[in-house]
Write a protein that binds this ligand. Structure first.
Ligand code: A4P
Ligand code: MG
Length: 167
């Protein structure tokens, strides 16, 4: 990785098609190789009920932490390239089933609102399948505009979520 200051970023990983457990493990392996980026940690893997259309399979979800020298949009480019490499066709319905979804959840303490990128990722603060894995990795985290992660977790039910692996 290059010299200079890096930013801590958190990436949401989700899949509910074509062997989701394998897809998520595969994505985590690929995230180890992001350029100009150091892989720090992966959360446990979780099985979660679908948010959105209910007539789709359950998801496997996880969160990954990295330190990166890539600016936010360049990181998004890399994540979308990985999605494509892993067979994601970008034509499905919103919130519909997908082989892999990589979301940029947080980028340092930054708040970003552009046509291509919104950070923190919208809905993050009320999604069990994001909050609980984030808490696995960094329980002291603060979510810009939302407050301490621990408080968001305390307010968020986990009855739609089940850990698949131990920490
Ligand atoms: N985009 C804007 N901000 C971001 C960001 N922070 N990270 C734009 C990634 N992308 C971001 O994304 C559509 C566009 O969002 C991108 O082109 C990018 O420029 P997409 O991945 O093509 O579409 P999507 O994922 O279907 O839409 P969206 O609205 O991002 O959906 P979500 O919020 O990702 O939700 N239920 C469970 N249990 N687990 C899940 O993981 N995931 C979804 C998808 C629905 N239900 C789920 C889960
Ligand atoms: Mg997405």
């Amino acid at each position: 990785m290059s010299e200079g200051k890096s930013s801590r970023a958190f990436i949401g990983v989700g899949s509910n098609l074509n062997d989701p457990l394998q897809q998520v493990n595969n994505a985590i392996a690929l995230l180890h190789e992001l350029k100009d980026t150091r892989f720090l940690a992966a959360s446990r893997l979780y099985c979660s009920r679908p948010l959105g259309p209910a007539d789709q399979p359950d998801y496997v979800n996880a969160v990954v932490a990295v330190d990166t020298h890539l600016p936010p949009l360049a990181l998004l480019d890399e994540l979308q390239a990985l999605e494509t490499r892993q067979g994601r066709a970008r034509t499905g319905q919103r919130w519909g089933p997908r082989v892999i979804d990589l979301d940029l959840l947080l980028y340092g303490e930054q708040t970003i609102a552009t046509a291509r990128l919104i950070v923190p990722h919208p809905g993050l603060h009320q999604r069990s399948f994001v909050l609980y894995p984030l808490y696995d990795i960094d329980p002291g985290l603060n979510i810009p505009g939302q407050g301490p992660l621990a408080e968001l977790v305390a307010r968020c039910k986990a009855d739609d979520l089940e850990p698949l692996t131990s920490a």
